[in-house]
Design a protein around this ligand. Structure first.
Ligand code: NAP
Length: 255
Protein backbone atom coordinates (compact mmCIF):
# COMPACT_ATOMS: atom_id res chain seq x y z
CA UNK A 1 0.00 0.00 0.00
CA UNK A 2 1.30 3.48 -0.85
CA UNK A 3 1.73 6.21 1.79
CA UNK A 4 -1.37 8.08 0.63
CA UNK A 5 -3.50 4.91 0.86
CA UNK A 6 -2.46 4.42 4.48
CA UNK A 7 -3.43 7.93 5.54
CA UNK A 8 -6.93 7.86 7.00
CA UNK A 9 -9.53 9.53 4.83
CA UNK A 10 -12.29 11.70 6.31
CA UNK A 11 -15.41 12.92 4.47
CA UNK A 12 -16.76 16.10 6.08
CA UNK A 13 -20.02 17.65 4.89
CA UNK A 14 -20.78 21.33 5.32
CA UNK A 15 -17.06 22.14 5.26
CA UNK A 16 -17.38 25.49 3.48
CA UNK A 17 -17.85 27.50 6.68
CA UNK A 18 -18.67 27.45 10.38
CA UNK A 19 -18.39 24.25 12.37
CA UNK A 20 -17.67 22.01 9.36
CA UNK A 21 -14.78 24.19 8.27
CA UNK A 22 -13.23 24.00 11.76
CA UNK A 23 -13.73 20.21 11.83
CA UNK A 24 -12.04 19.84 8.43
CA UNK A 25 -9.10 21.99 9.49
CA UNK A 26 -8.64 20.10 12.76
CA UNK A 27 -8.81 16.67 11.10
CA UNK A 28 -6.46 17.69 8.26
CA UNK A 29 -3.80 19.51 10.29
CA UNK A 30 -0.58 17.50 10.71
CA UNK A 31 -0.23 15.67 14.02
CA UNK A 32 2.87 17.76 14.82
CA UNK A 33 0.62 20.84 14.69
CA UNK A 34 -2.01 19.38 17.03
CA UNK A 35 -4.21 17.99 14.24
CA UNK A 36 -5.20 14.47 13.23
CA UNK A 37 -3.26 14.19 9.94
CA UNK A 38 -6.20 12.96 7.85
CA UNK A 39 -6.79 13.38 4.14
CA UNK A 40 -10.02 15.38 4.34
CA UNK A 41 -12.66 15.42 1.60
CA UNK A 42 -14.36 18.81 1.81
CA UNK A 43 -18.05 18.78 0.90
CA UNK A 44 -20.69 21.50 0.44
CA UNK A 45 -22.76 22.97 -2.40
CA UNK A 46 -20.45 25.94 -3.00
CA UNK A 47 -17.12 25.00 -4.54
CA UNK A 48 -15.12 28.24 -4.21
CA UNK A 49 -14.82 28.26 -0.38
CA UNK A 50 -13.90 24.57 -0.48
CA UNK A 51 -11.07 25.28 -2.95
CA UNK A 52 -9.85 28.11 -0.70
CA UNK A 53 -9.93 25.78 2.32
CA UNK A 54 -8.10 23.04 0.41
CA UNK A 55 -5.34 25.55 -0.47
CA UNK A 56 -5.15 26.65 3.19
CA UNK A 57 -4.93 23.04 4.43
CA UNK A 58 -2.21 22.20 1.89
CA UNK A 59 -0.23 25.34 2.77
CA UNK A 60 -0.26 24.11 6.39
CA UNK A 61 1.12 20.71 5.30
CA UNK A 62 -2.17 18.76 5.17
CA UNK A 63 -4.04 16.94 2.41
CA UNK A 64 -7.55 17.58 1.10
CA UNK A 65 -9.84 17.15 -1.87
CA UNK A 66 -13.10 18.82 -2.85
CA UNK A 67 -16.56 17.54 -3.77
CA UNK A 68 -19.26 20.12 -4.56
CA UNK A 69 -22.40 18.22 -3.61
CA UNK A 70 -25.94 18.97 -2.44
CA UNK A 71 -26.32 16.46 0.41
CA UNK A 72 -30.11 16.59 0.02
CA UNK A 73 -29.66 14.84 -3.35
CA UNK A 74 -29.13 11.14 -2.50
CA UNK A 75 -27.59 10.20 -5.86
CA UNK A 76 -25.01 13.02 -5.87
CA UNK A 77 -24.05 12.23 -2.28
CA UNK A 78 -23.73 8.49 -2.92
CA UNK A 79 -21.72 9.10 -6.11
CA UNK A 80 -19.37 11.43 -4.20
CA UNK A 81 -18.68 8.81 -1.53
CA UNK A 82 -18.23 6.07 -4.14
CA UNK A 83 -15.74 8.27 -6.00
CA UNK A 84 -13.71 8.85 -2.82
CA UNK A 85 -13.54 5.11 -2.10
CA UNK A 86 -12.53 4.40 -5.73
CA UNK A 87 -9.94 7.17 -5.98
CA UNK A 88 -8.39 7.14 -2.50
CA UNK A 89 -8.89 3.42 -1.85
CA UNK A 90 -10.54 3.85 1.53
CA UNK A 91 -12.93 5.83 3.72
CA UNK A 92 -12.29 5.85 7.45
CA UNK A 93 -14.21 8.79 8.88
CA UNK A 94 -17.59 10.25 7.98
CA UNK A 95 -18.73 13.49 9.59
CA UNK A 96 -22.34 14.35 8.75
CA UNK A 97 -22.28 18.03 9.63
CA UNK A 98 -24.15 19.86 6.82
CA UNK A 99 -27.32 21.35 8.23
CA UNK A 100 -29.87 24.10 7.78
CA UNK A 101 -32.71 25.72 9.68
CA UNK A 102 -36.12 26.84 8.34
CA UNK A 103 -37.69 28.00 11.60
CA UNK A 104 -41.43 28.45 12.01
CA UNK A 105 -44.13 27.69 14.52
CA UNK A 106 -45.65 24.28 13.92
CA UNK A 107 -49.07 25.81 13.05
CA UNK A 108 -47.47 27.83 10.25
CA UNK A 109 -44.84 25.38 9.06
CA UNK A 110 -45.15 24.37 5.41
CA UNK A 111 -44.52 20.87 4.06
CA UNK A 112 -41.63 22.38 2.11
CA UNK A 113 -40.01 23.77 5.31
CA UNK A 114 -40.41 20.37 6.95
CA UNK A 115 -39.14 18.30 4.01
CA UNK A 116 -36.15 20.53 3.17
CA UNK A 117 -34.82 20.40 6.71
CA UNK A 118 -35.43 16.67 7.16
CA UNK A 119 -33.83 15.81 3.81
CA UNK A 120 -30.80 18.04 4.32
CA UNK A 121 -30.11 17.29 7.98
CA UNK A 122 -31.32 13.71 8.45
CA UNK A 123 -31.84 11.78 5.21
CA UNK A 124 -28.36 12.88 4.06
CA UNK A 125 -26.76 11.21 7.09
CA UNK A 126 -28.61 7.96 6.38
CA UNK A 127 -27.61 8.07 2.69
CA UNK A 128 -23.97 8.84 3.47
CA UNK A 129 -23.80 6.16 6.15
CA UNK A 130 -25.27 3.56 3.78
CA UNK A 131 -22.72 4.54 1.11
CA UNK A 132 -19.75 4.47 3.49
CA UNK A 133 -20.60 1.45 5.66
CA UNK A 134 -19.48 -1.35 3.33
CA UNK A 135 -15.96 0.07 2.86
CA UNK A 136 -15.66 0.72 6.61
CA UNK A 137 -16.81 -2.82 7.48
CA UNK A 138 -14.34 -4.29 4.97
CA UNK A 139 -11.55 -2.26 6.58
CA UNK A 140 -12.84 -3.30 10.01
CA UNK A 141 -12.42 0.34 10.94
CA UNK A 142 -14.77 3.27 10.70
CA UNK A 143 -15.76 6.37 12.62
CA UNK A 144 -19.10 8.00 11.91
CA UNK A 145 -19.90 11.26 13.66
CA UNK A 146 -23.26 12.95 13.27
CA UNK A 147 -23.55 16.61 14.23
CA UNK A 148 -26.95 16.98 15.90
CA UNK A 149 -27.97 19.76 18.29
CA UNK A 150 -29.21 20.20 21.81
CA UNK A 151 -32.51 21.12 20.08
CA UNK A 152 -32.77 17.45 19.15
CA UNK A 153 -32.38 16.46 22.80
CA UNK A 154 -34.60 18.98 24.60
CA UNK A 155 -36.65 20.47 21.71
CA UNK A 156 -36.98 24.13 20.80
CA UNK A 157 -40.08 26.22 20.11
CA UNK A 158 -40.13 27.31 16.46
CA UNK A 159 -37.83 24.48 15.40
CA UNK A 160 -40.06 21.39 15.14
CA UNK A 161 -38.53 20.43 11.78
CA UNK A 162 -34.95 21.09 12.89
CA UNK A 163 -35.36 19.42 16.31
CA UNK A 164 -37.02 16.39 14.68
CA UNK A 165 -34.14 16.09 12.21
CA UNK A 166 -31.60 16.25 15.02
CA UNK A 167 -33.52 13.81 17.26
CA UNK A 168 -33.70 11.55 14.20
CA UNK A 169 -29.92 11.69 13.92
CA UNK A 170 -29.71 10.41 17.50
CA UNK A 171 -31.92 7.39 16.68
CA UNK A 172 -29.98 6.76 13.48
CA UNK A 173 -26.69 6.94 15.37
CA UNK A 174 -27.70 4.46 18.08
CA UNK A 175 -29.05 2.00 15.51
CA UNK A 176 -25.95 2.24 13.30
CA UNK A 177 -23.75 1.85 16.39
CA UNK A 178 -25.55 -1.40 17.23
CA UNK A 179 -25.42 -2.69 13.64
CA UNK A 180 -21.75 -1.93 12.91
CA UNK A 181 -20.01 -2.07 16.28
CA UNK A 182 -18.81 -5.64 15.90
CA UNK A 183 -17.12 -4.68 12.60
CA UNK A 184 -14.95 -2.00 14.19
CA UNK A 185 -17.20 0.87 13.10
CA UNK A 186 -18.35 3.35 15.73
CA UNK A 187 -21.10 5.95 15.42
CA UNK A 188 -21.62 8.87 17.79
CA UNK A 189 -23.41 12.19 18.01
CA UNK A 190 -21.87 15.50 18.87
CA UNK A 191 -24.67 17.85 19.89
CA UNK A 192 -23.57 21.50 19.97
CA UNK A 193 -25.53 24.07 21.96
CA UNK A 194 -25.04 27.62 20.66
CA UNK A 195 -21.95 28.20 18.56
CA UNK A 196 -20.81 31.43 16.90
CA UNK A 197 -21.40 30.82 13.18
CA UNK A 198 -23.54 32.22 10.35
CA UNK A 199 -26.37 30.00 11.64
CA UNK A 200 -26.61 31.92 14.92
CA UNK A 201 -25.39 35.33 13.67
CA UNK A 202 -28.90 36.73 13.17
CA UNK A 203 -30.25 35.78 16.62
CA UNK A 204 -31.47 38.87 18.56
CA UNK A 205 -29.06 40.03 21.27
CA UNK A 206 -31.62 39.36 24.05
CA UNK A 207 -31.95 35.72 22.93
CA UNK A 208 -28.15 35.34 22.97
CA UNK A 209 -28.02 36.93 26.44
CA UNK A 210 -30.76 34.60 27.70
CA UNK A 211 -28.92 31.54 26.39
CA UNK A 212 -25.59 32.79 27.71
CA UNK A 213 -27.01 33.17 31.22
CA UNK A 214 -28.39 29.60 31.08
CA UNK A 215 -24.96 28.14 30.30
CA UNK A 216 -22.62 27.02 33.07
CA UNK A 217 -19.65 28.55 31.25
CA UNK A 218 -21.63 31.73 30.34
CA UNK A 219 -20.30 31.85 26.78
CA UNK A 220 -21.26 30.76 23.29
CA UNK A 221 -19.08 28.03 21.86
CA UNK A 222 -16.62 28.36 19.00
CA UNK A 223 -16.46 26.07 15.96
CA UNK A 224 -13.10 24.90 17.31
CA UNK A 225 -14.79 23.69 20.56
CA UNK A 226 -16.94 21.38 18.44
CA UNK A 227 -14.04 20.32 16.23
CA UNK A 228 -12.05 19.22 19.29
CA UNK A 229 -14.83 16.81 20.32
CA UNK A 230 -15.15 15.49 16.76
CA UNK A 231 -11.38 14.93 16.62
CA UNK A 232 -11.66 12.66 19.66
CA UNK A 233 -14.70 10.59 18.66
CA UNK A 234 -13.20 10.01 15.20
CA UNK A 235 -9.74 9.11 16.53
CA UNK A 236 -8.25 5.62 16.62
CA UNK A 237 -8.31 5.94 20.44
CA UNK A 238 -12.13 6.14 20.56
CA UNK A 239 -12.87 2.56 19.49
CA UNK A 240 -14.75 1.76 22.72
CA UNK A 241 -17.03 4.80 22.48
CA UNK A 242 -20.15 4.24 20.40
CA UNK A 243 -23.85 5.11 20.34
CA UNK A 244 -23.21 8.14 22.53
CA UNK A 245 -24.65 11.64 22.46
CA UNK A 246 -22.07 14.16 23.63
CA UNK A 247 -23.55 17.59 24.24
CA UNK A 248 -20.83 20.19 23.69
CA UNK A 249 -22.88 23.09 24.96
CA UNK A 250 -21.04 24.87 27.77
CA UNK A 251 -23.26 23.13 30.31
CA UNK A 252 -26.55 24.38 28.81
CA UNK A 253 -28.40 21.07 29.03
CA UNK A 254 -26.10 18.72 30.97
CA UNK A 255 -27.96 15.98 29.06
P1 NAP B 1 -23.47 27.20 8.86
O1 NAP B 1 -22.42 28.16 9.25
O2 NAP B 1 -24.78 27.71 8.35
O3 NAP B 1 -22.85 26.17 7.79
C1 NAP B 1 -23.64 25.15 7.25
C2 NAP B 1 -22.79 24.30 6.33
O4 NAP B 1 -23.63 23.27 5.76
C3 NAP B 1 -22.20 25.09 5.19
O5 NAP B 1 -20.92 24.60 4.88
C4 NAP B 1 -23.16 24.80 4.05
O6 NAP B 1 -22.49 24.92 2.81
C5 NAP B 1 -23.52 23.34 4.34
N1 NAP B 1 -24.77 22.94 3.72
C6 NAP B 1 -26.01 23.39 3.99
N2 NAP B 1 -26.91 22.78 3.19
C7 NAP B 1 -26.21 21.93 2.41
C8 NAP B 1 -26.56 21.03 1.38
N3 NAP B 1 -27.84 20.87 0.98
N4 NAP B 1 -25.59 20.29 0.78
C9 NAP B 1 -24.30 20.44 1.17
N5 NAP B 1 -23.90 21.28 2.13
C10 NAP B 1 -24.85 22.02 2.75
O7 NAP B 1 -23.86 26.25 10.07
P2 NAP B 1 -23.02 25.79 11.36
O8 NAP B 1 -23.43 26.65 12.47
O9 NAP B 1 -21.58 25.65 11.03
O10 NAP B 1 -23.68 24.36 11.61
C11 NAP B 1 -23.06 23.15 11.26
C12 NAP B 1 -23.85 22.01 11.87
O11 NAP B 1 -23.90 22.18 13.28
C13 NAP B 1 -25.30 21.94 11.38
O12 NAP B 1 -25.70 20.61 11.24
C14 NAP B 1 -26.05 22.60 12.52
O13 NAP B 1 -27.38 22.16 12.59
C15 NAP B 1 -25.24 22.15 13.71
N6 NAP B 1 -25.42 22.99 14.89
C16 NAP B 1 -25.02 24.30 14.88
C17 NAP B 1 -25.22 25.07 16.02
C18 NAP B 1 -24.80 26.50 16.10
O14 NAP B 1 -25.06 27.12 17.13
N7 NAP B 1 -24.16 27.07 15.09
C19 NAP B 1 -25.83 24.49 17.15
C20 NAP B 1 -26.22 23.17 17.13
C21 NAP B 1 -26.00 22.42 15.98
P3 NAP B 1 -23.14 25.49 1.46
O15 NAP B 1 -24.17 26.50 1.84
O16 NAP B 1 -21.97 26.04 0.76
O17 NAP B 1 -23.71 24.30 0.77
Amino acid sequence: MSESKQQRVAFVTGASRGIGRAIAKRLAAPVAQGGQGRHVVLVSRSEAPLNDLKAEIEADGGAASVRAVDVADPKSLTDAIDSVINELGRLDILVNNAGITRDNLVLRMSDEEWDTVINTNLRSAFVATRAAARAMMKQRFGRICNIASTSGVIGNAGQANYAASKAGLIGLTKSVARELGAKGVTCNVIAPGFVQTDMTASLPEQVVEHVRSAMAVRNLGTPEDIAAAVAYVTSDDAGYLTGQVICVDGGLTMC
